[in-house]
Design a protein around this ligand. Structure first.
Ligand SMILES: [Mg+2]
Length: 364
């Protein structure tokens, strides 16, 4: 079944969150921008994927339109693994990471959606014999900065049913406010997005010990400084998480049999899609390692992560971005229940297509 069309669709949707407008990558986000990938095959069937968005969208579109799409159009999708492996090998010298890999990720997710639709099975059912029907979720706030805002946001998340919360703060005061607001039984993690040197991270990790973090995420700049990270892990007894900046499955493999990283965080829209993520999940299972996927997404990237979590028991919970979109892409699908878990949309493929009216309204 040949690929007849690949379309990139940017949607930018206004949102609200608990603090003042903020963003990542040195910009302030007034809207959240996502890049949907629509793939059609010769039988007229349509699959949906997502390529890493936000500040990377223009680069991701260029990589898809000029590098990946010309090679992928006309290719037979029957053997998805062989098709994706072939594309990755052909394109490897133009980027095993970054926009080319992001574009391949979006294509791969759309092809899994198509494969599920064609087989009449959910993607989770293609990946595992008996997938879970729900997975726990944790609320992942943007950086809120002020301890009183952190405190109020955490209280609201607990009232909504969340059993676990992630902060993107960089001060001990903000973490202390969160722990005080949620008590001892709610899980708390901290993502500092590579804020510190290894020495600073050791100093800060020691100060954070009283707040019983389930993990400290990307504490060290640069994220590739595994020597610094190993020194931190050896010096301070605090679990570490990392992986959203690892480019592909092969970047994870050497780390799985070391004791430095406690939670591995593949990002399905960045590191090669469902095919590549599955390789990491399978290898992690063999090493008895836990995954905590990076998934601050609201499009097919979130659904893909949900299906992967349903299929692989070593995924403990799903990251749900702590913002409220003006209009969600999938209606109530992918929303968190009062027990803090999410139901997997177990229809064929990813289980739900994006709402065409929402796309129309927010398309850029
Ligand atoms: Mg992170």
């Amino acid at each position: 079944m040949k690929i007849t069309a690949i379309e990139t669709i940017q949607v930018s949707i206004p949102y609200q969150h608990d603090g003042p407008l903020t963003g990542f990558g040195g910009t302030v986000w007034s809207k959240l921008s996502y890049l949907l990938i629509r793939v059609e095959t010769e039988d007229g069937l349509v699959g949906w994927g997502e390529t890493f968005g936000y500040n990377a969208i223009a680069a991701s579109i260029a990589a898809m339109e000029t590098v990946v799409k010309p090679l992928a159009l006309g290719k037979d999708t029957t053997d998805l693994a062989t098709l994706m492996a072939g594309l990755k090998k052909s394109l490897h010298l133009f980027g095993r990471s970054g926009p080319v890999q992001y574009a391949l990720s979006g294509l791969d997710i759309a092809l899994w959606d198509l494969a599920g639709k064609r087989a009449g099975k959910p993607v989770a059912g293609l990946l595992a014999q008996e997938p879970r029907s729900t997975v726990p979720a944790y609320k992942s706030f943007m950086r809120l900065q002020q301890p009183d805002i952190v405190s109020r946001a955490c209280e609201r998340a607990v009232r909504q049913g969340y059993q676990s919360i992630k902060l993107h703060e960089i001060t001990v005061e903000a973490v202390a406010a969160a722990r005080k607001a949620i008590g001892d039984t709610i899980g708390l993690t901290l993502d500092v997005n590579c804020e510190w040197s290894a020495d600073e991270a050791i100093r800060m990790a020691n100060q954070l010990l009283p707040y019983k973090l389930k993990w400290l995420e990307e504490p060290v700049w640069p994220p590739e400084d595994m020597t610094g990270l190993a020194r931190l892990r050896k010096t301070v007894d605090i679990p570490l998480a990392l992986g959203e900046n690892l480019a592909n499955a092969w970047s994870f493999f050497p780390l799985l049999d070391e004791g430095v990283v406690d939670y591995f965080q593949p990002s399905v829209t960045k590191m090669g899609g469902i095919s590549e993520f599955s390789l990491v999940a399978q290898a992690a299972a063999r090493h008895e390692r836990k995954l905590a996927p990076h998934s601050p997404y609201f499009g097919p990237g979130l659904l893909a992560t949900l299906h992967l979590a349903a299929a692989f028991p070593n995924i403990g919970g799903i990251e749900i971005f702590g913002v409220d979109l003006e209009s969600p892409l999938f209606g109530s699908v992918g929303t968190v229940g009062s027990d803090g878990s999410i139901a997997i949309p177990l229809g064929p493929g990813l289980g739900c297509d994006p709402d065409p009216e929402v796309i129309e309204r927010y398309r850029v």
